[in-house]
Design a protein around this ligand. Structure first.
Ligand code: GTP
Ligand code: MG
Length: 574
């Protein structure tokens, strides 16, 4: 027997049989509905005292019958036969309601999420009768016809999601006789032509992911921390090459175990993604494979977490063989437990953030092949580490002091390295501009003797709060430079509003390293962008800090001097 969806509690076998029989009905292709079908539906709904929904395809076949509202019986987007920005799903819903009011916002939202061809809502008279020749009559009181209205991109940007009315249109109540005269094909063909032109208009910059960010404010976060993290996530998305089209926030004591956000919020996200044309949802926290699966089924758009965005940036950025190797390793380690989660169904949701990098083609291959590859990569990474070790030992033999430049991403570490050494390391107003550690020689004056003293300065990967453990591992090589260094320069972007918490993040990571790093000199950068108030505050809190502007080359003399003192102290004490 065919599946009846929704709440079947208390239904008699004969009633279930009547519902099941709806699957055998077939409507002419150019009709929204026939009077007979509508009356039959209304008759069953009246008898069981519950709303009933039927879903029909364009060939006039009933593909789903459910007891409950359109919201309760909706088809998960990934189970729809076709789903994409340029068209409707090819499915319409004919529903009954026990109220005599127009379709509710929840019903219309469900229509939008499924991109239904149309939603027909029938109100009931409460009674009717069976004709002698078969067929019910008199059960339908009035009808409403609702459908989506294609939006031009500029409308969406200006109206955001506050005014949902503009996304759909609902007819005034009309009689069933009037409704059945509506030519269904005319309606959907007109709508699809408009959708198509809207789609083409949007496709102009199609190689950019349109991203919807979801932030969950849990009890462990202050409002400021929460907003800072969202800003950082938006920057990560931007760095990965995506465009943030909307941000959805929810406040909850803790994440929902299945879907992170609550059920209603998932609907809101699905609708927002629909209307804003987003093709990627990015969550501000790490998601379990099951959560990703649940969310993707309900939203119908690819869902990734913060770690995946960071991995994607690393994949795009890594230049050296070593860097590429480590990114692939990290991606595979991240992918392996999630392999079953991303099945065939998702492949039609397309590429973009989270799908790039050397690991991409491996996604389809077997788990075992991936495990083997991980083992091999791990081995290569170990060899690489041994090689680095030899290099380092050679350096140590030369007895040249080494200094690692550390700090939060985008603090200006590479700019400082360039300024101090006249090197040409890639700098950019992006997160994670540097992925491969670069070491340069620089000569400063010895603090004791004033004699020229060569030192080695190493630029490192920027830190970020909650650096994913897979990445911590993969970038061990970079971090090793940190633990091996005689001393550290901790660069802080003083012009960043969250500079204090960034200092805390960095010191926390340094503290958690297996080998304690050497002494650090804290260097406040970008003072050209800082007001006097902030500068005074920082100087009060960090009297031993050095204040510079790396790109305007302000304060570098003092920095060299203090660096020499630091090395003197580090070498004599360690
Ligand atoms: N206004 C101002 N901007 C600066 C200064 N120093 C660096 N910047 C800018 O800050 C941005 C980041 O600089 P980078 O040197 O790439 O930063 P980083 O710390 O190496 O960043 P990652 O490698 O991404 O971790 C660039 O746009 C620089 O031009 C400064 O003293 N003042
Ligand atoms: Mg850098």
């Amino acid at each position: 027997m065919e599946t009846i969806y929704g709440n079947l509690q208390g239904l008699k076998p004969s009633q279930l049989k009547q519902l099941g029989r709806l699957y055998h009905q077939r409507l002419p292709v150019d009709c929204l509905t026939t009077p007979e079908f509508a009356q039959r539906l209304a008759a069953i709904s009246t008898e069981i005292g519950q709303p009933v929904c039927t879903y029909l395809n364009r060939r006039g076949q009933v593909i789903r019958v459910g007891v409950g509202s359109p919201r309760q019986t909706q088809i998960p987007p990934l189970e729809l036969p076709r789903y994409g920005a340029g068209r409707l799903s090819g499915i319409r819903c004919i529903a009954t309601t026990l109220k005599s009011s127009p379709p509710s916002e929840a019903s219309l939202t469900a229509m939008a999420i499924q991109r239904l061809d149309a939603l027909v809502v029938l109100t009931l008279t409460g009674s009717g009768f069976e004709r002698r020749g078969g067929g019910a009559t008199g059960y339908v009181k009035e009808t409403y016809l609702a459908h989506l209205i294609p939006q031009m991109p500029q409308d969406i940007e200006s109206s955001a999601s506050e005014n949902l009315d503009i996304f759909w249109q609902v007819s005034p109540p009309v009689s069933l006789d009037t409704l059945v005269t509506q030519d269904f094909l005319d309606l959907v063909e007109g709508l699809e032509a408009e959708l198509q032109s809207q789609f083409v208009a949007r496709e102009v910059d199609a190689d950019q992911d349109l991203v919807l960010i979801v932030g969950l404010m849990t009890d462990d976060l202050t409002p400021e921390q929460f907003e800072d993290q969202l800003v950082e996530l938006a920057r990560l998305v931007d760095t990965a090459g995506g465009k943030v089209v909307q941000t959805v926030r929810q406040k909850r004591p803790r994440p929902h175990p299945q879907t992170v956000v609550g059920t209603g919020k998932v609907q809101e996200i699905a609708l927002a993604a629909q209307t804003a044309g987003a093709n990627l949802i990015v969550f501000d926290r790490d998601l379990s494979p099951a959560q990703v699966r649940n969310l993707e089924i309900q939203i119908g758009v690819r869902v990734v977490d913060r770690t995946e965005v960071i991995l994607d940036i690393f994949a795009q950025r890594a230049q050296s063989a070593a860097g590429k190797l480590q990114v692939e390793l990290a991606q595979l380690e991240y992918t392996l437990p999630r392999l079953t989660g991303r099945g065939q169904a998702m492949s039609r949701l397309g590429g973009g953030i989270g799908t790039r990098g050397p690991g991409e083609t491996k996604l389809e291959t077997e788990r075992r092949a991936i495990s083997r590859r991980i083992a091999r990569l791990q081995q290569e990474v170990n060899q690489l580490r041994a090689h680095r070790n030899r290099m380092r030992q050679r350096r140590q033999k030369q007895e040249v002091a080494t200094v690692a430049i550390v700090g939060y991403t985008n603090a200006g570490k590479s700019t400082l390295l360039n300024a101090l050494t006249n090197a040409e390391v890639y700098t950019a107003d992006q997160l994670f501009a540097t992925l491969d550690p670069t070491t340069r020689r620089v000569v400063i004056a010895d603090a004791q003797t004033g004699q020229p003293m060569p030192i080695l300065l190493t630029d490192t990967v920027g830190f970020i709060h909650e650096l994913p453990p897979t990445l911590m591992d993969a970038f061990r090589a970079t971090l090793e430079e940190v633990t091996e260094a005689d001393a550290l320069l901790h660069v802080v972007d003083l012009s960043h509003p969250a500079w204090q918490s960034q200092i805390r993040s960095v010191t926390e990571i340094l503290r958690s390293m297996p080998i304690a790093p050497g002494p650090a000199l804290i260097v406040f950068n970008k003072i050209d962008q800082v007001d006097g108030e902030t500068l005074r505050l920082a100087q009060e809190e960090f009297p031993l800090g050095v204040y510079i502007s790396a790109n305007l080359r302000i304060g570098l003399e003092t920095l060299r001097h203090r660096l020499a003192q630091l090395i003197d102290y580090a070498v004599s004490s360690g």
